[in-house]
Structures are given as C-alpha cells and as structure tokens.
Design a protein around this ligand. Structure first.
Ligand code: SF4
Length: 375
C-alpha cells in the first residue's frame, strides 16, 4: 500500500500535468467534457460514460483572450478562453459553462463564438433558489441538460446510471470533506500546496479512481497523531488559491489551513444530493439548497457570517481573504467579511490574487507580516 508521501506525490503529479491526465482519458477511449466553475452538475457527464474535466483557467497571461474581454475581467474567465483559443482544449467533446456571475455570462458567450471547435454547453441555473419557481427552473434546466450532455457524449443518459453517478459523487464529496479535515489536523504531513494538489487532481481524474486514493490517504492520515504545533492556523476564504507562487509563500511561513471558504474547495464540496426519487430533480434541489457562497444570491448574506463562524469553530488564529482580482461577487462581500471577522475578534488580512500575476512579492510581505501578528 502506498504511503502518505507517495499518494501526495501522485496527486501533485496529476495536478501539475492536467494535459497528461486528459491524454490518458482519451487514450482509454473516453470522451471528456470540460467543466468550468461553479456547481456544474458533473454527475450528468459521469452518467453518460464520459469524464468531467475541470477547466478553471490556468496560471499564465492572457493575450488572444484580450481581444474578447475588457482588461477588468477576472483571470479565470480570461485564461479559460485563452486556453480555448490556443487549442489547449480541443480534445474535449464539449465544455459546460455556467452564468452564475455577470463575468461568466459574457465569458460563456465569448467562448461559444471564439472557440467553435469545442461545443459550449450552457448551464443555466436560477439565482432565486428559495422559491418554488426557482426550484422548477432548475429542474427544467437540468432536464434539458441531461439531453444535451447525452448528445455531446453520443448517448442517452438513463436514470439508473445517473443515480449511480450521484452516489459516487456523494461518496467522493464526503471523502474530500474528510480529507480537508485531516489535512487541517496534519499540516506537517500535508502542506498547503499538497492540499491544493489533492483538490485539483480531483478535477482532472476519474472520480472513482480519485475517491479510492483519497480514502487511502484519509485512512493513513487518521492513523497519525494530530498536531498543528509550530503552525499559524488560518481560515482561507476566496475562490481559489492553487497558484504555486502563493502556496509556496503560505508554506514557507508555516501557515496551516484549518478551515476554508474556498469556492473550488469546501463551497463546491458542500453539496449532498438525495439518492431517493428522480435523480435530475435531486440534482436541481441540491443546487437550490447550496448556500454560504458569494456567488449565490442570498438576501441574508449567510456567506459573510459563515466565514466568521469558521474562524470561531476551527480555533484558527486568523482569516486570510484571497480576493480574486476583478471578481464582483467576492468584492461585494469582502468589506462585510472583513467587518464580520473584526467583530468576531479575528485577525484578518486581504490579499489580491490573479492567475496572471507575475510577482507575488507584495503578497509575500503581507503574509509575512500577518504571520508575525498571529504567530
Ligand atoms: S465569481 Fe469571480 S472569479 Fe469566478 S468567474 Fe465570476 S468574476 Fe470570475
């Protein structure tokens, strides 16, 4: 049986080389469907016998995409389009893009126009999710998507296969939540960079294969004594943090992520889909129940209090808000999150991040200072 180090190296290898993983799926005769952010119902893809493959931009500089976007567009959208325009996504049989923020709405349509070789499957979801009309809208949209995704994969998705996929994904999300909790207890064994790699590998690998490896890792971690001695315990908030220059700074300064409010991580992993009844309805209802996310409309702004609650419940020493540049939903919530953290007595730092940033020296200074304050 592989040990902790070997398993983490395996995840890092996949996370660092997504193209190799994509090629592996294609060589195995699988169709692959790209899935962008957020709450994309990957279960449909899996039920169609294809592999869902995460596409959340990548670290780099947009150049061709700048012809489609004004400069104040977030880097996830710019870099996703850049990847499409550079033919990095040509092996995909389609890409599912949502419109949960204004930026994504325009980005999805630019992708449709600019990257004609990769069919864009538009995922419409309601923002008013607490009403019966919103629930029905989600059900209608997901029912239509079941057909569209099936067509992209040259199949008809049947309910038994979809129910199987839902069960697998529920198990996977539960295992990932356990992993995040174990990683929080063992920062000397799982660095911040490795934590991000385990999550990222999950966006690229076959979920069944990833699940087995994560379960093996969880078992090994649980058998080790928990200790955060010598680490600065923080709650990470934001959309993503899988930028090598950033995780390196976090690791060099001995930060331990003891809880997160990251869209690519715990916000996405909160879903638990009912395994009873009509599986398409179950998927729609699970989305409607999701909360505590800047991108999901919530008149009570539960997301704001959630970050402060994570601080209190996790025993963290402080909160690090990684603010994605030009991200409206996060920027709207940021001052409220800062105030909620202040009211909770949480040391708080806000750092601007971007996939296209070339130097993280300013972030380094901020994080070093923050480490001194909470250390
Ligand atoms: S939520 Fe923010 S980071 Fe995500 S796509 Fe929208 S603007 Fe970009």
């Amino acid at each position: 049986m592989a040990d902790i180090k070997e398993l983490l190296e395996g995840f890092t290898e996949v996370a660092d080389h997504p193209k190799a993983e994509l090629d592996r799926h294609i060589a195995a005769g699988k169709k692959v469907i790209g899935v962008g952010p957020y709450y994309v119902l990957e279960e449909l893809v899996y039920a169609a016998g294809a592999i869902p493959f995460g596409v959340w931009g990548r670290v780099g500089t947009a150049s061709k995409a700048r012809e489609y976007f004004p400069p104040f567009y977030c880097s996830i959208c710019q870099m996703t389009l850049e990847m499409g325009l550079n033919h990095e996504l040509d092996k995909l049989s389609g890409i599912m893009l949502t419109a949960l923020c204004d930026t994504l709405r325009g980005a999805s349509q630019n992708f449709r126009v600019g990257v004609t070789q990769v069919p864009m499957i538009f995922v419409t979801q309601p923002q008013n999710r607490a009403t019966e009309a919103g629930r029905q809208y989600a059900i209608d949209s997901y029912t239509e998507l079941k057909t569209t995704v099936g067509e992209a994969c040259d199949t008809i998705i049947d309910d038994d296969k979809l129910a199987e996929a839902i069960k697998l994904y529920n198990n996977w999300r539960a295992a990932m939540r356990t992993f995040l909790a174990e990683a929080a207890k063992h920062p000397a064994l799982v660095s911040v960079a490795q934590r991000a790699a385990v999550v990222d590998a999950g966006y690229y690998m076959d979920k069944a294969e990833h699940l087995k490896k994560v379960e093996a890792l969880n078992e090994l971690l649980a058998a080790q004594p928990a200790s955060t001695d010598g680490f600065k315990k923080v709650v990470l908030s934001g959309v993503y943090y899988d930028i090598p220059a950033l995780t390196q700074i976090l690791d060099e300064n001995h930060f331990a992520v003891v809880a997160d409010d990251i869209a690519k991580e715990s916000r996405a992993l909160q879903l638990q889909v009912s395994e009873e009844g009509d599986p398409t309805v179950a998927l729609a209802e699970a989305f409607c129940k999701a909360g505590n996310d800047s991108i999901l409309f919530d008149e009570n702004k539960g997301h704001v209090a959630h970050v402060a609650d994570l601080y209190k419940e996790s025993g963290a020493d402080g909160v690090v808000l990684l603010l994605a540049k030009f991200c409206d939903p996060e920027e709207f919530d940021a001052p409220h999150v800062a105030k909620a953290c202040k009211d909770a007595g949480a040391p708080f730092v806000q750092i601007e991040i971007d996939q296209s940033t070339e130097s993280y020296e300013q972030a380094r200074t901020q994080l070093e200072t923050f480490a001194d304050i909470i250390g």
